[in-house]
Design a protein around this ligand. Structure first.
Ligand code: 3PY
Ligand code: ZN
Length: 640
């Protein structure tokens, strides 16, 4: 079939085929069939043996390269939990039986404050550059279904995981979702949806958001946390409507910024109550409070949740925070006491600092009292021994955080971005620059009109801050030279209105001076965008890749280039999600035997035998592996 495809390929027929044609047309390889999956895997392992890992963002090798030991679970009575099967009992049964409205009622009737575990999404997004791979979640999925059986949800999809899965891990996010779903049938799955941006970084046509939510619901998402980075309710409404249409639980979310306790700050209780009123009117089933930077102080939490609870006694309230300042546990307890129905935590060894507060700490604080989350803390703690090992395996993606940063109350940098910026500063070895960046971030925020900062608007502020630091521009310089400065593209997109409308309007004359001849949108961007022709997209993808699912269409619409690159990669190396992380990130030792389960029951036993000498003429090396007892050779370009 490969030869036929080659001979009938338009480029080949046209005669414009050159020697790099095969390299440049990896789609040809997609058609070869599954029989050479093993050979493709060897191509990756050969490359790894010669060139080391090329995964973007990876610095060095994992600190832990041993076999990850899975815990056996024993409940608090000392009884062994049978994890050969997934647990079947949980809140998902209620969603399936009673629908989103029934779920909302049942949650309000529940006495305790439930826990959402974020380990599979925000925790690793905030600590490990979103690099945790599917296999490491699947390996602990059945145990998780037991230990977290009474959890509100597992947050496991959306946000940056969608993009990073394809872009850096060469995994299909939809495949991840389906595989996790199979092993965790009982706990609701929650995803993060950036309102009219979907899981992308700026607005998409409305029909793309509706199509995306439909696929997400069909493939396993139950609860959708929908936010807009500017709390622009029109942008938010697109997402909430799409979720309701898809049959999901819509968690309409208000992003918390600033300090409500400070009377001089822009976002006060009245502002938040006004956004909440609009979210309720939209028909959201649940209200989310998203404290993306971890600046919701315990006293503010009491005030905000208390006011919402009083006004809306039937509305489920779910609170999200980050532990950047070290006050996350105290804030979540304050939320529970003020009437929140669910709060977010992460497994202990994946918690703290820019991640969510520790589940163990929150459980210890609430267990036995009126807000007891109803989880067996003993079981949850046993899962932690697994995650402690996984975290060490992903050490090449650690940002080197050393402790809490209460300065977050001033700079208000969201958790995930804080990790990124610290990492960048430490890479440049410039402690001084980090202090400047934080200061510049505050000033950039002021210049932009003190906006709500979360993806994608946090990137706008971060880009402007870095632009100011690298060009040595003060706050006043930016104002004085705005009509000549070459602003970062994200700043111009924000000023154009591509991310929605900020509360209080755009800062003038800065906006006009920065935009010059560029357009200004004063309504939500979706009203200016033509619908995507989804049928045509599918047709094009089918022509190019031989097959295309609705999920592929949704991936392509969110990230056309990332999706194409992902397809090219898998055409060359196959589906690497089956490869244990230790061999995805680092070369095996010579003589080290390891196993890869290509599919159920099809196990490859591999051993790296030798790496041959470099051929000066070709720049290539031969790599010798043993596969199921037979010698195999791969020829690899030495990129050093
Ligand atoms: C995301 O949008 O990915 C976020 O996590 C925002 O907090
Ligand atoms: Zn978050």
């Amino acid at each position: 079939p490969f030869l036929i495809k080659l001979l009938t390929h338009p480029t080949f027929i046209e005669g414009t085929c050159w020697t790099t044609f095969i390299d440049d047309s990896p789609e040809l390889f997609a058609l070869i069939g599954s029989q050479n999956r093993a050979q493709k895997l060897l191509a990756y392992l050969g490359d790894l043996a010669v060139n080391g890992s090329q995964i973007k963002g990876q610095i060095g090798e994992p600190k832990f390269k041993g076999e990850i030991i899975k815990p056996e679970l024993y409940d608090s009575a000392g009884k062994k939990v049978d994890c050969s099967e997934s647990c079947q009992k949980g809140w998902r049964n209620i969603i399936q039986k009673e629908g989103p409205e029934g779920f909302a009622k049942a949650v309000r009737a529940n006495k305790g404050c439930l826990i959402m575990d974020t380990t599979w999404r925000d925790a690793h997004q905030s600590l490990l550059a979103t690099r945790v791979r599917t296999v490491d979640m699947l390996n602990i999925a059945r145990e998780t279904s037991h230990a977290y059986a009474n959890a509100w949800a597992l947050e496991c999809w959306g946000g940056a995981t969608f993009d990073v899965a394809m872009r850096f891990l060469y995994e299909d996010p939809w495949d991840r979702l389906r595989k996790m779903r199979k092993l965790v049938p009982n706990i609701p799955f929650q995803m993060l949806l950036r309102g009219a941006n979907g899981v992308a970084y700026s607005s998409l046509p409305d029909n793309a958001i509706f199509h995306f939510c439909e696929q997400a619901k069909k493939n396993g998402v139950d609860i959708f946390r929908v936010f807009d980075a500017l709390n622009d309710v029109e942008q938010l409404e697109v997402g909430v409507k799409a979720v309701i249409k898809a049959g999901g639980v819509a968690e309409g979310t208000v992003c918390y910024s600033g300090d409500m306790l400070n009377p001089h700050k822009k976002y006060n209780l009245e502002y938040y109550m006004n956004v909440v009123d609009k979210i309720v009117k939209m028909g959201a089933h649940v209200l989310g409070i998203k404290d993306m930077a971890g600046v919701l102080k315990p006293r503010a939490a009491t005030m905000l949740i208390g006011a919402i609870r009083e006004k809306y006694p039937d509305l489920p309230i779910h609170v999200h925070t980050h532990d950047s300042a070290g006050t996350g546990v105290a804030s979540m307890i304050a939320c529970a006491q003020a009437g929140a129905d669910a709060v977010d935590t992460a497994i202990d060894s994946m918690s703290g600092m820019t991640s969510q507060p520790s589940v163990g700490a929150v459980l210890a604080s609430l267990e036995g009292g009126p807000h007891d989350p109803g989880l067996d803390g003993h079981l949850v703690r046993q899962l932690d021994s697994y995650w402690a090992q996984v975290r060490l395996m992903y050490s090449p993606f650690e940002a080197g955080l050393t402790g809490p940063d209460p300065e977050v109350y001033e700079h208000e940098i969201p958790g995930g971005q804080l990790t990124n910026l610290i990492f960048q500063a430490s890479q440049q070895g410039l402690g001084e620059q980090w202090a400047q960046t934080k200061k510049a971030y505050e000033q950039a925020n002021d210049l932009l009109g003190d906006i709500v900062k979360v993806t994608p608007t946090s990137k706008v502020v971060g880009d402007l801050a870095q632009f100011m630091v690298s060009n040595k521009l003060s706050y006043n310089d930016v104002l004085a030279k705005a009509d000549q400065l070459d602003f970062p593209s994200s700043v111009l997109e924000f000023f154009e209105g591509l991310m929605g409308q900020p509360y209080g309007g755009f800062p003038e004359p800065l906006r006009t001076q920065a935009l010059r001849d560029r357009r200004k949108m004063d309504k939500r961007p979706g009203l200016y965008l033509d619908p995507v022709d989804l049928v045509q997209v599918k047709k094009n993808l089918k022509e190019k890749w031989g097959d295309a699912t609705e999920c592929d269409v949704a991936s392509y619409v969110m990230y056309p280039k990332v999706f194409e690159d992902y397809k090219k990669w898998t055409a060359k190396y196959g589906d690497l999600s089956v490869l244990p992380t230790r061999y995805f990130l680092a070369r095996p030792e010579i003589g080290e035997e390891f196993h890869v389960e290509l599919e159920r029951g099809k196990v490859l036993i591999l051993k790296l035998l030798a790496v041959g000498p470099l051929s000066e003429q070709t720049g290539l090396r031969e790599v010798f592996y043993e596969m199921n007892g037979e010698g195999r050779t791969v020829t690899v370009e030495d990129k050093h």
